[in-house]
Design a protein around this ligand. Structure first.
Ligand SMILES: NC(=O)c1ccc[n+]([C@@H]2O[C@H](COP(=O)([O-])OP(=O)(O)OC[C@H]3O[C@@H](n4cnc5c(N)ncnc54)[C@H](OP(=O)(O)O)[C@@H]3O)[C@@H](O)[C@H]2O)c1
Length: 312
């Protein structure tokens, strides 16, 4: 048996600690002892939208140890430390054990703490794919990052700087200092300044959060520029999905990011962390039993970097 956090929308306390049968790995899967799993919008949005999870256990961005391998597993053996994004394999990370297809896993670098590794495969990979969409950011390009203070935004600042961009970070007042420490050239408070007044034009805008009209992002682009809509209000995301194609002129584009689980991208980021080129920002490390408070905090939308749950 194992301890797991099961989501049940009918209960007053929706996330409850339960004893479940340990899962068994299928063909091409491994059984993992989960060591750490961070909380993401993918978890709480999937709960709200009714996207199912294995036995009601959510948790996507995780790191752990292989304790058994299923048939036809070739890349991993018992004892390997790994990390991965379980979104496409129906979650399962908020538990002592879970199964995962080997294809979604990358090796965790030996010296990297499990808590750090559990921030990379979803939040980190999303930021990487956002800075690469439509072509990697080029040195000296001007980049505006809207929603720079959270899990994806803190990776996006560091990756944009790594690729040589000049970065303006947009976040709340409490995150201005953090953005500058992470390397942003400027930081603006979205509650105090109109960050999209069109006076400064950008090569790339990463709309990681926010609720602005698409035309405002569009008019702040240089000719040839790209606004990548990563997240934010449902109006912003669905607006980009339905109407983004209407915005096109001077080669300017509005693109919606649909991040794809990628063990190769996670391994690339892990190497950057190992080389000290980027550093995942972890605001809180919380025991699994405290998941309700941690969830309420993250889903309120103002986390400073990542909140990571650790298993008993
Ligand atoms: N497209 C994809 O494939 C994909 C993949 C993963 C995630 N996402 C989406 O990406 C978004 C961000 O994820 P995350 O993990 O970084 O979330 P997060 O960790 O909860 O971060 C939220 C951040 O957004 C900032 N924020 C809140 N309201 C804002 C506003 N009105 N304007 C500007 N910034 C605002 C907050 O900053 P302050 O505290 O400073 O206010 C906070 O730092 C979510 O909407 C998520 O659904 C999309």
């Amino acid at each position: 048996m194992m301890k797991a956090i099961v989501y049940n929308r009918k209960l007053p306390e929706k996330l409850v600690l339960r004893e479940l049968e340990e899962p068994v790995p299928g063909k091409g899967e491994v059984l993992l002892r989960v060591r750490a799993c961070s909380i993401n919008a993918a978890d709480y949005r999937s709960m709200k939208l009714g996207i199912p999870a294995k036995h009601g256990v959510y948790g996507a961005d995780m790191a752990g140890t292989v304790v058994a391998v299923g048939e036809e597993v070739t890349r991993f053996s018992v004892g390997d430390h790994v990390m991965g994004d379980l979104t496409l394999s129906r979650f399962g990370g908020f538990a002592e054990y879970t199964t995962a297809p080997e294809a979604v896993l990358a090796k965790k670098p030996e010296d990297m703490p499990f808590e750090t590794a559990a921030t990379i495969s979803l939040a980190g990979v999303t930021a990487l794919q956002a800075v690469r969409l439509g072509g990697e950011i080029q040195p000296c390009q001007r980049v505006l990052i809207f929603g720079a203070g959270g899990g994806v935004g803190t990776f996006a600042i560091q990756l944009s700087k790594f690729f040589g961009a000049e970065v303006t970070a947009v976040c709340g007042a409490q995150n201005l200092e953090q953005s500058l420490t992470l390397g942003a050239d400027r930081a603006m408070d979205y509650r105090r300044e109109d960050c999209l007044d069109g006076r400064v034009k950008y090569d790339r805008i990463l709309a990681i959060n926010g609720e602005r009209a698409l035309r405002q992002y569009y008019s702040a682009l240089k000719p040839g520029g790209i606004a990548v809509i990563v997240g934010g209000s449902l109006k912003q995301v669905f607006g980009a999905m339905a109407f983004g194609f209407l915005y096109a002129g001077d080669g300017r584009q509005i693109r919606l990011l649909a991040a794809k689980t990628s063990a190769a991208d996670a391994a690339y980021l892990a190497e950057l962390v190992e080389r000290g080129r980027i550093k995942p920002v972890i605001e809180r490390i919380v025991p699994l039993a405290k998941i309700t408070e941690a969830f309420a905090y993250v889903s309120a939308g103002h986390a400073k970097g990542k909140v990571v749950l650790v298993m008993p």
